[in-house]
Each structure stands twice: as C-alpha cells, then as structure tokens.
Design a protein around this ligand. Structure first.
Ligand code: GLP
Length: 261
C-alpha cells in the first residue's frame, strides 16, 4: 500500500485526476469505479474542469458505482445514481448509458446483486476504483463485520453511518435509508487499482487502522492491505495518527515520476 500525505484535499484530488487522465489516455474505454460521499468530490471537480477545458475526454469510458441506498424513490436527490449524475456525469462527456449502479428498488434483490457482479465482470473488471472511508472504517457500504470476501449484496446501515450521512438528508438520521446495496469487499478487491481519499480529523482513526492496523473485518478498509496496488491519499489531519508518517513522506519524495500513482 502506498500512503501519500498531501498538503490538503485539493492537492490529493489533482493527483487522482492525473491518474485517471493517464488511464483514460492509455485506455480510452477504461472502466472507472465511482464513489459517492464528499471525499471524491474534488476529483470530480478537477475532471470536470479538464473535460470542459478540452484537455481530457471520458467519452468512451465506462463506470460502475460502488453502492446505492435501498428504497429511495427514483430520481431522489440523494440516491447515489442522482448524486453521481449531478456531481460528475452531467459535467463531463461520459455517456450516461455507460454509467451503471445497482438498482436500490429492485424487487428481486439477490438477482439484481448477481446481475451487477456479472455486469462488472462483463465489462472486463474495474481499472481504477475510487474509494472513501467511513469514520468506522466502512468501505463502500461494507460496515464493520462485513466479510472480507463479500460480494454485492444488501446490507443494513449502522446507526453511526446513518448519523454521518444525515447531513445529506436534512440532518435527520431517521430519514437515511436503513438498507443499501453495496459491492462486497471481495468485489472491490478485484479492481486493478484502488485509490482511497480521506481528509479531516474524523478519518484519522480509520486511516490509522487501514494503513497500519491488523487486517480485520472489524475495520473493513484494512482489506486494502491485501491488494497489490492500493493508493491512499490523505491530508495532514487524516494522517495525524499514523506512526510511519516520515516513511511515507520519504518514500513518496523518492518515487520515480514515471510510476505515477
Ligand atoms: C458513504 C459511502 C462511502 C463513503 C463514506 C464516506 O457511506 N457509501 O462510499 O466512503 O460515506 O463519506 P465521506 O466521503 O462523505 O466522508
């Protein structure tokens, strides 16, 4: 795992946008794994800026969302499908027909989850998966205790996550759906490059655990330690509890530029 301590989340977003740009140049029909939450928003702003400036195209790229709430009415402002359309798809040249998410209103949930797995595999797998991390270490919506081998399925959100996400629902945790569909940790680990962004002091413990703690379902994001190409970009607040901060800084400074992220 590579830990990159950035001066601020803006700098992290630029590095991630650079990695996506490099991928899109190399593989125009690359498969992007998209995340919601506030952590990737700076990346989406940077991608939108580049596409609008004409220096980047995502016109042939394909994309899969990590997760979705269950039971929100179609077109609800906070469904992850709507969020990703608003924050990214509507601002870049991605073809909306190439952007997929699990259907949180599917009547046959098991079938929907299996079909989603098949769609990802059918696209050749995810090239670069964007990730945030919950304050409790959840990855996508894989809450603590989730199997590290899990696949796309329905999950129950914890009280902590519903409180954390209440800000998107008028501050009311009870307005946050109880259930979600989420790619499993095993699904996420199959992406070829995992890129996790975390900022702010509330993420410091989750970042410490995921980078330096023992691999454990109690902190789902520790599964990144099992991946051959995982990059974790943090601001100084999110990095504040890391023991090996100096090592990460030295290593990144000495990194050959051709390697990228
Ligand atoms: C949600 C999402 C996760 C995200 C997490 C952190 O629960 N399902 O994918 O990583 O929140 O969100 P934020 O980036 O807003 O802190």
């Amino acid at each position: 795992m590579e830990v990159v301590i950035c001066p601020d989340s803006g700098a992290a977003s630029v590095l991630v946008a650079d990695a996506i740009e490099r991928l899109a140049r190399r593989t125009p029909d690359a498969v992007l794994g998209l995340a919601t939450g506030s952590s990737p928003l700076g990346v989406y702003d940077e991608l939108a800026r580049r596409v609008q400036a004409g220096t980047l195209t995502l016109s042939r790229a394909r994309a899969f969302l990590l997760d979705e709430y269950v039971g929100l009415p179609e077109g609800h402002q906070q469904s992850y499908r709507s969020v990703i359309h608003r924050e990214l798809v509507s601002r870049v040249d991605l073809d909306p027909a190439n952007v997929h998410g699990p259907d949180g209103n599917a009547t046959d949930v098991a079938r929907e989850c299996a079909a989603y797995e098949e769609a990802i595999a059918g696209a050749g797998g995810v090239d670069l998966q964007l990730l945030g991390v919950g304050t409790d270490g959840h990855l996508a919506f894989n809450e603590p205790g989730s199997s590290l081998a899990s696949r796309t399925r329905i999950k129950t959100l914890t009280t902590q996550t519903r409180q954390d996400n209440a800000r998107f629902f008028g501050g009311d945790p009870d307005a946050v759906p109880r259930h979600c569909l989420t790619q499993g940790i095993g699904t996420i680990l199959e992406a070829r490059h995992l890129v996790l962004i975390a900022s702010g002091p509330a993420k410091a413990e989750a970042v410490r655990q995921l980078a330096e703690g023992p691999v454990s379902a109690s902190w789902p994001a520790t599964a990144l330690q099992l991946h051959p190409h995982a990059t974790v970009l943090v601001d100084p607040d999110a990095a504040s509890r890391l023991d090996r901060r100096d090592q990460y800084v030295e290593t990144y400074e000495a990194k050959p530029e051709w390697q990228g992220l």
